[in-house]
Design a protein around this ligand. Structure first.
Ligand SMILES: Nc1ncnc2c1ncn2[C@@H]1O[C@H](COP(=O)(O)OP(=O)(O)O)[C@@H](O)[C@H]1O
Ligand SMILES: [Mg+2]
Length: 434
């Protein structure tokens, strides 16, 4: 197909200049197809420069075999373009991305591919996965995609080894989550790796997969929120909300810094582990708080797309669609910003966040007037829900700092008591579930 460049009807200025994108770029759609030649890219660049256009929108067909050639040519256009990819979770796209990785998953020493179908998982029975055997103890949770079991490692060489793990069982197989987890190990600095779920091994069968991963013993943040709902106070104490919010903002920012969008930030995808019990100082800057990000199945690896890529697809659960998805605007990191807002809202109010548009401003249904720090929260949610576009994202670091300062000023003293009480509540809850 011949490349189509439709020149935008904007007055042509006298001479080409070197425009620098300003804060509100003029937009023009200059369509480039995957078969465009380097000359077409140069012509497009001239068009943009002459017309002082700053943003070029390119709709890319990622299935094409000459996609890499295309992205190479894109560099000619830098910094004028915006690449739109429809659905980052498209099964075909994920398959293609996995099959063209520089280091294929099959070369990982902890990834196993089996010709058989997924073994049946039965509680209280033994399960052998390659070189290791496990006792399947109980079902820990079910998400939209997987069943997660607790299992004990059966180590014949060392019967005293009572290591417990999780088995994330999924049909069809989910190599993507394992890929993302492995990338995180490579991209994150060692001091923060424990803040994200780690997988020891992955087993891929014909019709499903089992990921063997680290176990976190004290339930999800959603579980914690529900524990407070049953108490007279009904919601998590403000000090704990701010404490966890600071940790969440930091964890998501670190993910973004290495080019990964989580894509499914919500209270049931944060989990509490052993470290919560050891963290005796409750220092706001400490990384041993025990909260961990799980469920990397919907992650988007921006490093596999041209720089500046944005998406137009929608996630399936409607309550979790970000403002851009609701208003048909391109998005990238915004989905996680919305997820952060939804998670913190849930801690503050004990209910899921719902949003509405009031005279052009997106707001939450719940009003902050009646809760402590109303003004701060109002501003906080306003900036997370009203993002102008992909080029004007609020800084998670700056939002985190505001909450951190408030915590230091007003809540640092009570946190230890509240954390200890939460530990007791979690232990009691765990016992009652047995
Ligand atoms: N490492 C873990 N330790 C303990 N429980 C877990 C762990 N990972 C997942 N779970 C439990 O299983 C549920 C589903 O897991 P998740 O990875 O979110 O799967 P899905 O992709 O189906 O949402 C979680 O909400 C949580 O209750
Ligand atoms: Mg989940």
């Amino acid at each position: 197909m011949a490349p189509t460049i439709s020149a935008p009807s904007i007055p042509v200025p006298q001479e080409p200049s070197n425009p620098v994108p300003d804060s509100s770029p003029a937009r023009a759609v200059v369509e480039l197809t995957i078969s465009s030649t380097p000359e077409t890219f140069s012509t497009a660049r001239e068009l943009i420069v002459c017309n002082r256009l700053f943003v070029l929108i390119i709709i890319v067909d990622l299935y094409s075999s000459i996609y890499s050639h295309f992205t190479y040519n894109l560099q000619i256009l830098s910094p004028f373009y915006e690449v739109i990819v429809e659905n980052p979770w498209d099964e075909g796209l994920i398959r293609k991305l996995l099959s063209s990785l520089p280091k294929p998953l099959s070369t990982y020493s902890n990834a196993f591919e089996w010709k058989s179908s997924l073994p049946t998982i039965k509680l209280k029975t033994e399960l052998t996965l390659g070189p290791k055997s496990f006792h399947v103890d109980c079902l820990l949770g079910e998400g939209a995609f997987a069943h997660v079991y607790q299992a004990s490692v059966l180590d014949t060489n060392n019967p005293k080894n009572n290591q417990k793990v999780i088995l994330k069982v999924q049909k069809p197989a989910n190599p993507w989550e394992f890929y993302i987890a492995s990338q995180l190990v490579e991209r994150l600095k060692p001091s923060v790796r424990h803040l994200y779920i780690q997988f020891y091994s992955a087993h891929f069968f014909q019709n499903g997969s089992i990921l063997v991963g680290e176990l976190y013993n004290y339930g999800t943040l959603l579980n914690t929120i529900n524990i407070y709902k049953k108490l007279p106070e009904k919601v998590m104490p403000q000090a704990l909300v701010i404490y966890f919010a600071v940790k969440i903002l930091y964890m998501v920012e670190e993910l973004h810094n290495c080019g990964i969008i989580h894509g499914d930030i919500k209270p049931d995808n944060f989990i509490l582990g052993e470290r919560l019990l050891d963290n005796d100082t409750c220092d706001i800057d400490s990384l041993s708080h025990g909260l961990t990000v799980i469920d990397l199945g919907q992650c988007i690896d921006l490093k596999l797309f041209p720089e500046g890529t944005a998406f137009t697809g929608k996630c399936e659960t409607s309550g979790f669609q970000c403002i851009e998805m609701l208003t048909q605007k391109p998005w990238n990191y915004q989905t996680d910003y919305f997820g952060i807002a939804g998670t913190i809202y849930c801690m503050l109010f004990g209910t899921y966040m719902r949003v509405r548009n009031e005279e052009g401003i997106w707001k939450t249904e719940g009003v902050f007037r009646r809760i402590p720090n109303a003004e701060l929260w109002n501003e906080f949610f306003c900036s997370l829900l009203n993002i102008p576009d992909c080029h004007h994202l609020p800084s998670l670091g700056a939002l985190c700092k505001k909450l951190r300062d408030l915590f230091q000023k007003s809540y640092a003293k009570e946190i230890k008591f509240l954390r200890n009480r939460l530990v007791v509540l979690l232990i009691e809850n765990k016992r009652s579930r047995k």
